[in-house]
Design a protein around this ligand. Structure first.
Ligand SMILES: [Zn+2]
Length: 141
Protein backbone atom coordinates (compact mmCIF):
# COMPACT_ATOMS: atom_id res chain seq x y z
CA UNK A 1 0.00 0.00 0.00
CA UNK A 2 1.31 3.44 -0.86
CA UNK A 3 0.79 6.38 1.46
CA UNK A 4 -2.55 8.10 0.73
CA UNK A 5 -2.51 11.73 -0.43
CA UNK A 6 -4.55 12.66 2.63
CA UNK A 7 -4.46 11.75 6.28
CA UNK A 8 -6.93 11.91 9.13
CA UNK A 9 -5.62 13.69 12.19
CA UNK A 10 -6.88 15.31 15.36
CA UNK A 11 -6.88 19.10 15.42
CA UNK A 12 -6.89 18.96 19.22
CA UNK A 13 -3.90 16.79 20.07
CA UNK A 14 -2.16 16.06 16.77
CA UNK A 15 -2.95 12.34 16.73
CA UNK A 16 -2.64 10.93 13.20
CA UNK A 17 -4.71 7.90 12.28
CA UNK A 18 -2.95 4.88 10.83
CA UNK A 19 -3.50 4.95 7.03
CA UNK A 20 -4.53 1.29 7.30
CA UNK A 21 -7.29 2.07 9.84
CA UNK A 22 -10.55 1.63 7.91
CA UNK A 23 -12.63 3.50 10.52
CA UNK A 24 -10.74 6.54 11.81
CA UNK A 25 -13.88 8.19 13.14
CA UNK A 26 -12.84 9.13 16.69
CA UNK A 27 -9.62 10.32 18.29
CA UNK A 28 -8.47 7.65 20.77
CA UNK A 29 -7.56 10.46 23.20
CA UNK A 30 -11.10 11.92 23.24
CA UNK A 31 -12.56 12.18 26.71
CA UNK A 32 -9.31 12.08 28.64
CA UNK A 33 -8.84 15.84 28.94
CA UNK A 34 -10.50 19.18 28.23
CA UNK A 35 -9.31 19.34 24.60
CA UNK A 36 -11.70 19.24 21.65
CA UNK A 37 -10.53 16.14 19.80
CA UNK A 38 -11.91 16.73 16.31
CA UNK A 39 -10.65 14.55 13.49
CA UNK A 40 -9.95 16.43 10.28
CA UNK A 41 -8.64 15.49 6.90
CA UNK A 42 -5.27 16.89 5.89
CA UNK A 43 -4.74 16.96 2.15
CA UNK A 44 -1.23 16.89 0.77
CA UNK A 45 -0.99 19.40 -2.04
CA UNK A 46 1.79 17.40 -3.65
CA UNK A 47 0.12 16.00 -6.72
CA UNK A 48 -3.39 17.11 -5.71
CA UNK A 49 -5.22 19.16 -8.27
CA UNK A 50 -8.58 20.87 -8.15
CA UNK A 51 -10.93 19.15 -10.59
CA UNK A 52 -12.10 21.21 -13.54
CA UNK A 53 -14.19 18.63 -15.36
CA UNK A 54 -17.96 18.87 -15.73
CA UNK A 55 -18.90 15.58 -14.07
CA UNK A 56 -22.43 16.04 -12.64
CA UNK A 57 -21.97 13.69 -9.70
CA UNK A 58 -20.00 15.62 -7.04
CA UNK A 59 -18.66 12.37 -5.54
CA UNK A 60 -17.04 11.65 -8.89
CA UNK A 61 -16.15 15.20 -9.80
CA UNK A 62 -14.31 15.93 -6.54
CA UNK A 63 -12.98 12.43 -5.89
CA UNK A 64 -9.37 13.57 -6.25
CA UNK A 65 -9.88 15.65 -3.08
CA UNK A 66 -11.61 12.95 -1.02
CA UNK A 67 -9.92 10.80 1.60
CA UNK A 68 -11.95 7.74 0.57
CA UNK A 69 -10.53 8.03 -2.95
CA UNK A 70 -6.98 8.44 -1.65
CA UNK A 71 -7.27 5.39 0.60
CA UNK A 72 -8.86 3.28 -2.13
CA UNK A 73 -6.29 4.15 -4.79
CA UNK A 74 -3.38 3.85 -2.33
CA UNK A 75 -4.58 0.28 -1.72
CA UNK A 76 -4.53 -0.42 -5.44
CA UNK A 77 -8.11 0.20 -6.51
CA UNK A 78 -8.01 1.59 -10.06
CA UNK A 79 -9.73 4.89 -10.77
CA UNK A 80 -12.23 3.16 -13.06
CA UNK A 81 -13.22 0.72 -10.30
CA UNK A 82 -13.71 3.61 -7.85
CA UNK A 83 -15.88 5.39 -10.42
CA UNK A 84 -17.91 2.20 -10.95
CA UNK A 85 -18.41 1.85 -7.18
CA UNK A 86 -19.60 5.44 -6.85
CA UNK A 87 -21.87 5.07 -9.88
CA UNK A 88 -23.43 1.89 -8.46
CA UNK A 89 -24.09 3.59 -5.11
CA UNK A 90 -25.56 6.56 -6.95
CA UNK A 91 -27.85 4.23 -8.92
CA UNK A 92 -29.06 2.66 -5.66
CA UNK A 93 -29.83 6.11 -4.24
CA UNK A 94 -31.64 7.02 -7.47
CA UNK A 95 -33.72 3.85 -7.25
CA UNK A 96 -34.97 4.95 -3.83
CA UNK A 97 -35.12 8.73 -4.22
CA UNK A 98 -35.80 9.16 -7.94
CA UNK A 99 -32.44 10.79 -8.68
CA UNK A 100 -28.81 10.44 -7.70
CA UNK A 101 -26.38 12.98 -6.31
CA UNK A 102 -25.99 16.12 -8.37
CA UNK A 103 -24.45 19.48 -7.63
CA UNK A 104 -26.99 22.21 -7.14
CA UNK A 105 -26.42 25.82 -7.91
CA UNK A 106 -27.27 28.64 -5.61
CA UNK A 107 -27.68 32.19 -6.94
CA UNK A 108 -25.57 33.39 -4.00
CA UNK A 109 -22.78 31.02 -4.97
CA UNK A 110 -22.43 32.42 -8.50
CA UNK A 111 -19.66 34.88 -7.70
CA UNK A 112 -17.92 32.36 -5.51
CA UNK A 113 -17.99 29.74 -8.26
CA UNK A 114 -16.45 32.19 -10.74
CA UNK A 115 -13.64 32.97 -8.29
CA UNK A 116 -12.89 29.26 -7.88
CA UNK A 117 -12.81 28.82 -11.65
CA UNK A 118 -10.26 31.61 -12.09
CA UNK A 119 -6.60 30.75 -12.41
CA UNK A 120 -4.70 30.77 -9.12
CA UNK A 121 -2.78 33.92 -8.28
CA UNK A 122 0.98 33.53 -8.15
CA UNK A 123 2.14 31.79 -5.00
CA UNK A 124 -1.26 30.30 -4.18
CA UNK A 125 -1.32 26.54 -3.80
CA UNK A 126 2.36 26.20 -3.04
CA UNK A 127 1.81 25.37 0.63
CA UNK A 128 2.57 21.91 1.86
CA UNK A 129 1.04 20.03 4.76
CA UNK A 130 2.89 20.40 8.04
CA UNK A 131 4.67 17.29 9.29
CA UNK A 132 2.10 16.95 12.05
CA UNK A 133 -1.31 18.40 12.67
CA UNK A 134 -1.25 21.53 14.78
CA UNK A 135 -2.29 20.73 18.32
CA UNK A 136 -4.72 23.13 19.91
CA UNK A 137 -6.03 23.34 23.42
CA UNK A 138 -8.67 25.53 24.91
CA UNK A 139 -7.53 28.86 26.24
CA UNK A 140 -6.23 28.53 29.76
CA UNK A 141 -5.39 24.84 29.56
ZN1 LIG B 1 -7.11 14.09 19.76
Amino acid sequence: MTVPASTICCSGCGYTADPADPYPFRCPRAGIDDTDHVLTRMLSLDGATFPHDREANPFLRYRSLMHSYHVATARGLPDAAYRDLVASLDALVAAVDGHGFRATRSPAAGNSARRWASPRPAGCGSRTRPATCPARTRAGT
